[in-house]
Design a binder for this molecule. Structure first.
Ligand code: ADP
Ligand code: MG
Length: 701
């Protein structure tokens, strides 16, 4: 083991020196030998292949040419000089161009000697050119470690400008292997090595940097990805275990009147098996003595609300208050009215608190909260305000959590002496893989079954040019007594334009469906909330047949008689949003439809999104596609994507490895929760290093 050697500052590596070291630190976060060894190529090139100059094509990247410089010239430009070299092979001539570092280049590059150049080609003035090529004397190119697969390391403009090219990194990497003799200890338990037929860590590291063959490269990558994911999962699982041991929570061990009466007498329907299973999981959490920290995932319409209510009733039965926070006013109002209806036979007091609650009402709510008269508080972010103090908050539920950040979650749980139990509900299914890595520290429950009698929503894509047919369809559905949503995009940056789209749409819909035969509701973000609620109510009560709206109705809204969702400019919506919107229909027994309207011009991504929507109703499947299209960072927002800063694994593509890593990590912890067995000594050591530092690779080697 050469742990100490690996902690050597990068400055000491032969060929680095202080100024390069500084660049490494600043640009790449490489401080030590260890950091460098864990600086992985992001792709590999076949460096045995040369292009002839007469075979070049415009704008191709990764082009390697063998030839000679025959002349240099400096060209004055308004914005400064550029250095140009004429570069020839036996088939033609091209130009190499430098805008920076000209002096060094002019002095160091030799004329009429074979060079291998590498870079991206441009086509300019009838000639191919290559700006800032990587160059190596043919002689050295041939001497340097030969392999068909040449690693390409991540770079930055600054690095390239300062001459830290791929080739330089490659050389330093060689140097590093010489100085360390390529010895790196193994970090994974022997049984995993055997089960998965892993190559040793040392062999893996060597082969990612200097692949001897495609096969060894693949095995090396597998081994390193597995390790990266394994330690992340181990960390999350241990965190979860500790949480359960240490973070005491209120014990809700009574199942009392509220829950019993509701369950026996007032359930409006039979719970699905999945709902029962989840309620059981929650009950067991609440009685465990540890604080519950649970994520409830269930597709739109799977019936999360009733689970929320029954969990809150358990809290009440144990003498605690509960709250339910939703991301929009409309949704809060709907939860409020829904829960009031469900609880009308129970003796519970429920209030609604949002940004538009009047001051006098607000005061009353604050008071009743503090003296304990109020059992359940429902509302928006308004619940998070410091002024909102509970006498005894035992359970906080957050609906549609993707709209809320982690901080908000923790703000809620701190509203009592002990942390209150937290249940986070989401219908924007975070792909399973992502949930595993992000929420490894949360327990996850899944409602994977829809209430019976639901018919899958039929989704179609229609071009704007077919609008008349769509209108005819709407008319037929209204004839049958159904209600229709027509939704327009709302994108923050251009709210005005969207508003105009909405109003234009509203007008044309009104023309097509004139009063008094047809009644239309309209809801958008710029309306006062009283007006919004009024319009919503008219639709909910069936007074209007059509609801024209922006995405304010996206989450949670529940009008079972609405059976058609028309999404205008659907190409402008993200997949999860489309899915959420579609989830507004299909809530009753009738066949429901989702019609995605768009123009003819569609980007590839838009096409994929619309096709995916048409082909599946499964939110998890959609979420996986979304993840592939958008990448994890965008999907989760900045604060949560940090953990996804993976060095070698790819959370999307390496999904299988992730699952396996998680399984092995679980098994290991079941067998040896404190990592005390002698055969886990290295695992423990590595784990401790990882736990101490955020970036796992800094401390594995
Ligand atoms: P979501 O999971 O999207 O929040 P909701 O809780 O709003 O779903 O439930 C959607 C609809 O399904 C509601 O009208 C609700 O009353 C109904 N529902 C929920 N569970 C069942 C069930 N077990 N059987 C029948 N209908 C149900
Ligand atoms: Mg809901």
């Amino acid at each position: 083991m050469n742990a100490n050697l690996l902690q050597t500052p990068i400055d000491y590596l032969k060929g680095v020196g202080p100024s390069r070291a500084e660049l490494f630190r600043k640009e790449l976060g490489i401080h030590t030998y260890q950091d460098l060894i864990n600086f992985f190529p992001n792709r590999y090139l076949d460096k045995t292949k040369y292009y002839k100059i007469n075979q070049l094509q415009q704008n191709s990247a990764d082009i390697q040419v063998l030839g000679k410089i025959v002349a240099f010239r400096t060209i004055e430009q308004k914005r400064g000089k550029r250095l140009v070299a004429d570069f020839v092979d036996e088939t033609g001539k091209m130009e190499l161009v430098w805008f920076r570092g000209q002096k060094w280049i002019r002095e160091n590059l030799k004329l009429n000697i074979p060079y291998v150049i590498f870079g991206k080609t441009n086509w300019f003035n009838g000639l191919f050119s290559m700006p800032h090529p990587e160059m190596e004397l043919l002689e050295e190119h041939e001497k340097s470690l030969r392999t068909a697969m040449q690693p390409v390391y991540p770079s930055s403009e600054k690095l390239t400008n300062k001459g830290i090219t791929n080739r330089v990194i490659n050389k330093l990497m060689q140097q590093l292997f010489i100085e360390t003799k390529g010895k790196f200890y193994d970090t994974l338990p022997q049984n995993i090595h055997e089960d998965l037929k892993l190559i040793s860590r040392a062999e893996a590291l060597f082969n990612v940097h200097f692949p001897k063959s495609q096969e060894l490269l693949s095995r090396a990558q597998f081994r390193l990805k597995f390790e990266e994911l394994f330690y992340i999962q181990l960390q999350l699982l241990v965190k979860n275990m500790l949480h359960k041991k240490r973070i005491k929570g209120y014990v809700f061990d009574t199942i009392g009147d509220n829950f019993e009466t509701f369950y026996k007498e007032h359930l409006p329907f039979k719970l699905t098996g999945a709902q029962k299973k989840v309620i059981k999981e929650i009950r067991s959490d609440l009685g465990s003595g540890a604080q519950m920290n649970r994520l409830l995932q269930g597709d739109v319409g799977s019936g999360k609300t009733i689970v929320a209510l029954m969990s809150m009733l358990i809290a009440l039965d144990n003498g605690f208050q509960a709250c339910l926070m939703a991301p929009t006013e409309i949704l809060s109002v709907q939860h409020y009215t829904g829960l009031i209806e469900l609880c009308k036979e129970l003796n519970t007091s429920i209030e609604l608190l949002t940004g538009s609650t009047k001051a006098s009402k607000r005061r009353e709510i604050h008071e009743k909260l503090e003296n304990g008269e109020l059992d359940i508080l429902i509302g928006t972010h308004a619940l998070l305000e410091d002024k909102v103090k509970f006498k005894n908050l035992g359970l906080a539920i957050i609906d549609e959590q993707h709209r809320f950040g982690v901080e908000q979650r923790s703000k809620l749980w701190k509203k009592n002496e002990l942390p209150s139990h937290i249940l986070v509900m989401t219908a924007t299914p975070i792909p399973r893989t992502l949930a595993m890595s992000l929420y490894g520290d949360l327990d996850v429950s899944v409602i994977d079954e829809l209430p019976p009698g639901r018919r899958p929503i039929k989704t179609v894509h229609r071009f704007d040019s077919n609008r008349l047919k769509v209108f005819r369809f709407i008319r037929d559905e209204i004839e049958k007594g159904r209600q229709i949503y027509i939704v327009y995009p709302l994108i923050q940056e251009s709210e005005k334009m969207d508003y105009k789209d909405l109003m234009d749409g509203y007008e044309s819909v009104s023309r097509e469906f004139p009063m008094p035969k047809y009644q239309i509701s309209i809801v958008h973000g710029q309306m006062k909330s009283a007006d919004k609620n009024y319009e919503m109510d008219r639709f909910i009560n069936g007074d209007t047949q059509i609801m024209v709206a922006t995405t304010v109705i996206e989450v949670g809204v529940n009008v079972p008689n609405a059976s058609v969702m028309i999404i205008e400019s659907s190409e402008r919506f993200g997949l999860s949003q489309l899915h959420q919107l579609r989830g507004r229909v299909g809530r009753g027994a009738e066949q429901s439809y989702c019609i995605l309207m768009s123009g003819h011009k569609l980007s590839e991504d838009s096409k994929t999104r619309l096709q995916t929507m048409v082909s599946t109703n499964d939110g998890f499947e959609l979420a996986e596609v979304d993840l592939k299209l958008r990448g994890p960072g965008n999907l989760m927002g900045k604060q949560q994507s940090g953990i996804l800063n993976l060095k070698i694994a790819d959370i999307v593509k390496d999904n299988q490895i992730l699952k396996s890593a998680r399984d092995y990590a679980k098994r290991l912890l079941t067998e040896d929760p404190n990592l005390e067995m002698p055969e886990h000594k290295m695992v423990k050591y590595t784990y401790q290093q990882v736990a101490k530092h955020k970036n796992i690779w800094n401390y594995i080697s």
